[in-house]
Design a protein around this ligand. Structure first.
Ligand code: PHE
Length: 335
């Protein structure tokens, strides 16, 4: 009778060279070990059974190691000088010609489509701007602490990669002044990348997208703004929504509000679960004045908020960092 130790050593040696290591579990040596149990004195069976089990466990770990080794060996080494499809095929990836639009860009088109159907012009925001458009034109006094709230990056030349799309407000207002004074209205959304010097986590990114709206007429009211925003969100999520606002401070609006929606049950929400979606308010008279618009004759509203947040709620995406990660596993869910 072979000792358990001898059997164990022999089988482990077989595993490391086998192409089908799992078959060794079914070998006759192991069956013999089990058959021997019946021939033992009952008092010895417990200890013996334990030893056989330990042997099996050791064998299993060795088999898993060997299987992983065999798996790796079948991956074709990558030739970094090869044309695009030589490397992607053996790895089971789709050819790169099947590339698709980034989910954020897809959703941004949906957002812009809703606003343009409401009559808003759509303008892409700038990715480099100056202190005047970031702060001065938006009624941030020099050295005002509210400037710190935006964690702005600056270039060595003192340009600013915008921390919000509100940097476009002054341009939209100046551009629309003549139309306004000819009896028309200003109605535009501005969308694009914004940048903040923030620590990155599941809900904060240094780079993200915003969409901003500006509307000015002789009669615009806060009620018009709430109606516009509600119509947008209900259209985007395809269902009726409850909305709520609370006061907030932004130097360029008065009053300023945070706008929240109740997370719909269809998107995993419970009643009373409010999600803050954007900042908004009536455009401050100083902002109109800076663009040469008479605040005693015209009034308007503005709003601005992140695109990622909208999309995360729509698709149940739990981590903001996925968007800029470039991970194909994530991106392919939206093809
Ligand atoms: N720009 C503000 C932000 O990013 C949001 C905002 C836009 C608030 C327009 C009011 C009006 O925090």
């Amino acid at each position: 009778m072979q000792s358990i130790n001898d059997v164990s050593q022999a089988l482990l040696a077989q595993v490391v060279t086998s192409d089908t290591p799992r078959d060794i579990l079914k070998s006759s040596e192991i069956k013999d070990l089990y058959n021997q149990i019946a021939q033992l004195d009952p008092s010895e069976r417990g200890a013996y059974g334990k030893q056989v089990n330990t042997l099996k466990l050791n064998l299993m770990s060795a088999i898993e190691v060997r299987e992983a080794e065999l798996d790796n060996a079948t991956v074709t080494p990558i030739d970094i000088s090869a044309p695009w499809d030589v490397n992607s095929r053996p790895l089971g990836l789709l050819p790169t010609t099947y590339g698709s639009e980034h989910p954020l860009m897809k959703e941004l088109s949906v957002v812009i489509d809703i606003f343009t159907r409401m009559g808003f012009a759509a303008i892409e925001s700038r990715q480099i701007d100056d202190d005047f458009h970031m702060f001065g034109a938006l009624n941030f006094p020099e050295n005002h602490p509210a400037r710190d709230g935006y964690d702005t990056f600056r270039t060595e030349e003192n340009f600013i990669p915008p921390a919000h799309t509100s940097t476009m407000q002054h341009r939209i207002l100046k551009d629309g002044k003549a139309r306004l004074e000819a009896g028309g209205q200003i109605a535009a959304v501005s969308y694009g990348r914004v940048f903040r010097n923030e620590d990155v986590d599941a809900t904060h990114e240094h780079t993200f997208y915003q969409c901003e709206g500006v509307f000015v007429s002789e009669t615009a009211t806060l009620g018009d703004m709430l109606g516009t925003l509600r119509a947008f969100f209900e259209s985007y999520y395809g269902q009726a929504l409850k909305i709520k606002t609370q006061p907030a401070y932004f130097p360029f609006v008065e009053p300023g509000l945070e706008f929240a929606i109740e997370r719909p049950a269809a998107l995993g929400g419970k009643p009373g679960e409010w999600l803050e979606m954007l900042g908004c308010g009536m455009i401050h008279p100083n902002v109109l004045l800076a663009a040469g618009i008479d605040p005693t004759q015209y009034q308007g509203f503005a709003w601005g908020g992140g695109i990622e947040r909208l999309v995360m709620l729509k698709y149940g995406i739990e981590d903001l960092r996925h968007f800029e990660s470039g991970k194909l596993q994530f991106l392919r869910k939206f093809v």
